[in-house]
Design a protein around this ligand. Structure first.
Ligand SMILES: Cc1cc2nc3c(=O)[nH]c(=O)nc-3n(C[C@H](O)[C@H](O)[C@H](O)COP(=O)(O)O)c2cc1C
Length: 161
């Protein structure tokens, strides 16, 4: 698949098959994802693999679409608010790399924001100097949602003098 096709066709998956995803393969995508840009080489990403007990405690409404694997991706704070924001941006680049690599191998991802809740942070034993950027189901899609079209970029471009 061309990179353009991978980017355009990737969808957030809500329902997964039960077929397992090879863990080494998944880790290889996470490894490649680390080539994300990151200011001052902070490499702020960290990944938690969520086992069945943790998933049961989280009590997510669909259990992450019944994905065979669920991971939380964290961003470490910096020593200033600016560094904290920059690290979150770097982790977002890491996440997109990961999602696209998975998709190019036929594997989908869901994204849940429940990690912003203090109760969820506690269940995941997240230290105060980390943000939970998202919790992701990872697996082969059972269903691929319809495309949500994007606004033409011309509507988002301003030319300054
Ligand atoms: C920071 C962030 C948080 C998100 N949180 C959720 C979420 O809590 N639940 C959810 O279903 N999707 C979540 N999403 C995924 C978006 O809803 C999804 O990307 C959007 O609807 C467009 O769909 P597509 O990515 O399949 O094109 C999140 C995406 C981002 C970037």
């Amino acid at each position: 698949m061309e990179i353009k096709e991978i980017i355009e066709n990737r969808r957030i998956i809500k329902k997964f098959k039960q077929d397992p995803v090879d863990l080494d393969l998944l880790k290889s995508w996470l490894q490649v994802a680390t080539w994300a840009p990151n200011h001052r080489m902070t490499e702020p990403w960290e990944v938690l693999f969520l086992g069945p007990d943790t998933r049961a405690k989280l009590n997510h409404k669909t259990n992450f679409g019944q994905a065979p694997i669920a991971i939380a991706i964290l961003s470490k704070h910096g020593s200033t608010e600016i560094e904290k924001n920059e690290n979150m941006v770097a982790v977002s680049c890491f996440i997109q790399n990961f999602m696209l690599l998975a998709w190019s191998n036929g594997v989908g991802t869901s994204w849940s924001s429940i990690g912003v809740a203090q109760s969820v942070r506690k269940m995941l034993h997240v230290a105060d100097d980390y943000e939970v950027v998202g919790i992701f189901g990872v697996g082969y899609p059972e269903e691929i949602p319809l495309v949500k079209n994007r606004t033409k970029i011309d509507n988002k471009i301003t030319h300054l003098d």
